[in-house]
Design a protein around this ligand. Sequence first.
Ligand SMILES: *[C@@H]1O[C@H](CO)[C@@H](O)[C@H](O)[C@H]1NC(C)=O
Ligand SMILES: *[C@@H]1O[C@H](CO)[C@@H](O)[C@H](O)[C@H]1NC(C)=O
Length: 406
Amino acid sequence: MNNLLIIFTCILSVAFIFNLLWASSSPSISANWAPNKPHPVVISNFTPNIENIKKVEVKEKKVDGGLIPPTFADLPAPQLQWEQMASAPVARLDGFAIQIKNLFYVFAGYGTIDVVHSHVDVYNFTDDTWVDRFDMPKEMANSHLGMATDGRYIYAISGQCGPQCRGPTAQNFVLDTETKKWNSLPPLPAPRYAPATQLWRGRLHVMGGSKENRHTPGVDHWSLAVKNGKALEKEWLSETPIPRGGPHRACAALDDGIIVIGGQEGDFMAKPGSPIFKCSRRHEVVYTDVYKLDAEMKWKVLPPMPKPDSHIESSWVIVNNSIIIVGGTTEKHPVTRRMILVGEVFQFHLDTEKWSVIGKLPFRCKTTLAAFWEGWLYFTSGQRDKGPDNPQPRKVIGEMWRTKLS
Ligand SMILES: *[C@@H]1O[C@H](CO)[C@@H](O)[C@H](O)[C@H]1NC(C)=O
Ligand SMILES: *[C@@H]1O[C@H](CO)[C@@H](O)[C@H](O)[C@H]1NC(C)=O
């Protein structure tokens, strides 16, 4: 099946995968992806075997008067002074961004659950303005991409094509930021949603992510030799699998290896039989895990994050031999089972391998797109919370904020 998939276009593979997987599934409860509905939900019937994809049972449940407050997951954090900058031309969730010197290339994303973007917006840190906009290839995924850069070329790997919970593509593209021309790369052996992706010592590495059904974590790890925007090999090479699969992790290239941080197993899936592939909630587990791949292609476990954090694939920057991570999503509320966003800024010191919480965002936000320029930490986009006392996701934003780090 995987070999077949790679020859399909996005649209064909959507129809193929979903018919195959869900022709005989029972209907499920519909999604609460943009949860503006007032009633709390509870998940029961949990089985820890994630391969056995469980439909999430959603039931009404009265929350005992503040026994566990909705904001219980917030960690104590120093205040930072945030300054609001010019908003991006469009709001986006589950997009991706790559910084190359003073320019910030912001790709794709959902505008709403029914509308996805297929273009790039560019922000200039030198004069703090949005300076450019150009199209992506039509076949390129609109969300859940993996991305990496060598400082000129931006590699765009796999991801989801279209709105709601549509299928993924195995196709990969490369952008020359100097000419703004796109080219294609050999397709992945199988499509992935939000795989950890990095360029390291001349090879693109693609790890984890979710498999074709959007929920099952993949542990495969593939690599491809690339140079100046071109593949030097015809096929991806299988490498040592990642210890834990799943989408939405931060993944950074270091001098001596690749670091993979946080993420989750499980994700929303298309409702069986839904002609619009309507998103339907499934069981998810969010992780604190940190792994490092060394030059011998061996995985090492590093100290975990201060709390589970996912949807951070584009929410990190490297500053002064540390990794700074901005926002995300954490585990669901234990009573209400509501989704909870993260409002902290975390720092991991690469020399001491210690985590700390260095500040708070102006609001909790997931899938932030982060950058660092001349002492300023920037973030834009994502989905923010309902307010200081309510960490549930609400509005998809295009706002841009910055704070001076010291
Ligand atoms: C970014 O802004 C600087 C300062 O205004 C300008 O010199 C430069 O040309 C801009 N770059 C782009 C790509 O617009
Ligand atoms: C990075 O290190 C330099 C030199 O030690 C220091 O001046 C600067 O404040 C540091 N920046 C951050 C963001 O920690």
